[in-house]
Design a protein around this ligand. Structure first.
Ligand SMILES: *Cc1c(COP(=O)(O)O)cnc(C)c1O
Length: 506
């Protein structure tokens, strides 16, 4: 299977090449030229398998230049019991006869980014070998909190790679900061930037685009690559769990072969929900994909109007991993619904860059509307949902998953649809414990407690166990002390890599 760029001008490449490069040379994102459709019997055949076996089946359909043994090796390493805290890496929890929660946060960092970032480095090692790459790969990450830690955990001690993570020094939660600063591994670096997430992101993009720096890197046998969700190697592992949840519903007798299921996805960069769309293209019987946003409701507006308009204020919410105004992976969907027309997609993207918005034609809008339903949840609604669901079911939602639950309620009220539905849960409630505990027990009950004290307190109050990855965080040694200014990121990277530090820009 070949991979093509959404902007249409870069040459098609193999899966290994697409994963190694991360982004296409024309600035587009790699997508498969076509996808293989599974028959209803082939989907039902997944039911008796465990998660890792299901993953090998699905990934083999996309990574056609990897051997089955290589894929199995990646899967066993990524989703084994030493990495995920339960026998089943992705448990499906039943709330009632037609509503289930798919928990994607049982990996080492307690958020769903682990599903992709535990396996991407393993793909990358094989991809480098297959493409004859001798350089050491330097992964640069700008993070608003979850991606950085997941990338550090995924790439730590992986031969032939190094990771440098930049986070906004005062823009992440205490738990998130500690998770990163205590990261062990001989190839990892963590740097606090004096600025916000956008500053860190802009700095990283500048370094990727700095020709002189890249040439200097090459001379020293080094090469930059990206671990964010524009890399196809991060998207493809996410397709697996939609099949897996469906197979679990079949196995439990909740649905029968061919029956439809809905998925509700708390969305930021549009990666997770796009994986569900690919699963549907492969024949998974999906009713609706419900796209849930927080106060940064660009996507909800887009799905309603066909106009993507980023010209609005950025809102800081209690679901920070969804605080985003430009959802990069939407570009892949636009390519698919525009008849694989890279020129059209380029037009949308340049309009977004120059004018801050674009509008898609009615036929593309109609195609999207047949599957996607968009809604959003305000901060007050999100917090209320955490409380209501806990009182009614005993289930503790994190703030991101609560956005999904609230939007699902709105969907139900609007449509009356009773199709069996899976809420996609993206983080452990302990990871955002200050908001969760406040929503459940009132701000006054938790005043004076820091996030570390709250871990144990929330556990005692709810009877839910603190995940291994978050236990004793405040007692672990801080191993990273680097900070830099907004303009010092390139020099910091050079210094960490042992290259001359020469007052670079950016
Ligand atoms: C990254 C993230 C999201 C958003 O996922 P996208 O693939 O960017 O849409 C939602 N919830 C949590 C907890 C996340 O870390």
């Amino acid at each position: 299977m070949r991979y093509v760029s959404t902007r249409g001008t870069a040459a098609p490449v193999s899966a290994a090449e697409a994963i190694k490069k991360g982004i296409a040379p024309d600035g587009g994102l790699y997508v498969p030229e076509s996808v293989k459709r599974l028959t209803p019997d082939e989907i039902s055949a997944l039911a008796p398998l465990n998660y890792r076996e299901r993953a090998v089946r699905i990934l083999s359909l996309f990574l056609t230049d990897f051997s089955e043994a290589e894929i199995r090796d990646c899967v066993e390493g990524a989703y084994g019991p030493d990495r995920f805290d339960k026998g089943d890496p992705v448990p499906l929890v039943r709330l009632n006869s037609h509503l289930h929660v798919m928990e994607l946060w049982h990996g080492p960092t307690c958020a769903f980014k682990d599903m992709a970032l535990q396996i991407l480095p393993r793909f990358m090692v094989h991809a480098m070998r297959k493409t004859g790459e001798n350089a050491e790969i330097v992964i640069l990450v700008a993070t608003s909190g979850d991606t950085g830690k997941a990338a550090l955990e995924g790439f730590r001690d992986v031969d032939g790679t190094r990771v440098i993570v930049f986070y906004p020094k005062d823009g992440v939660s205490e738990v998130q900061r500690r998770q990163m600063l205590t990261q062990a591994g001989r190839n990892v670096h963590v740097v606090g930037v004096d600025g916000n997430f956008d500053d860190a992101q802009t700095g990283v993009k500048q370094i990727f685009g700095d020709a002189a720096f890249n040439a200097e890197m090459e001379k020293s046998g080094l090469k930059f690559s990206s671990a964010n969700s524009i890399n196809w190697g991060r998207l493809v592992p996410q397709i697996v769990y939609y099949f897996s949840a469906y197979a679990d519903l079949l196995k439990a007798g909740t649905i029968r072969q061919g029956d439809k299921a809905n998925f509700v996805v708390p969305t930021g960069n549009f990666g997770n929900i796009l994986a569900a769309w690919y699963a549907m293209e492969m024949g998974l019987p999906v009713g609706r994909l419900i796209c849930a946003s927080n106060d940064n409701n660009v996507l909800a507006d887009f799905l309603r109007t066909g106009v993507y308009d980023r010209r609005r204020d950025f809102v800081k919410t209690v679901s920070p991993s969804m605080d985003i105004l430009v959802s990069s992976n939407l570009e892949r969907l636009l390519y698919e619904v525009s008849g694989h027309d890279g020129l059209k997609v380029s037009g949308f993207m340049s309009s977004l860059a120059s004018k801050g918005f674009y509008e898609i034609p009615p036929d593309a809008k109609a195609r999207i509307a047949r599957v996607f339903w968009g809604g959003w949840s305000t901060t007050a609604e999100t917090l209320k949902t955490i409380d209501t669901v806990y009182r009614e079911t005993g289930y503790v939602l994190d703030t991101h998953t609560a956005v999904a639950m609230d939007v699902y309620d709105k969907y139900g009220v609007t449509t009356g649809d009773l199709t069996p539905t899976v809420i996609v849960s993206t983080a452990s409630p302990f990871k955002f414990n200050a908001s969760v505990a406040g929503a459940l027990f009132g701000e006054s009950a938790i005043s004076g407690m820091d996030e570390f004290a709250l871990l144990g307190w929330l556990s005692e109050k709810t009877g839910w166990e603190v995940p291994v990855g978050l236990r004793d965080l405040d007692k672990r040694d801080v191993l990273h002390h680097h900070t830099c200014g907004r303009d010092g990121m390139a020099d910091t990277v050079a210094g960490l890599l042992g290259l001359p530090v020469s007052g670079r820009k950016g």
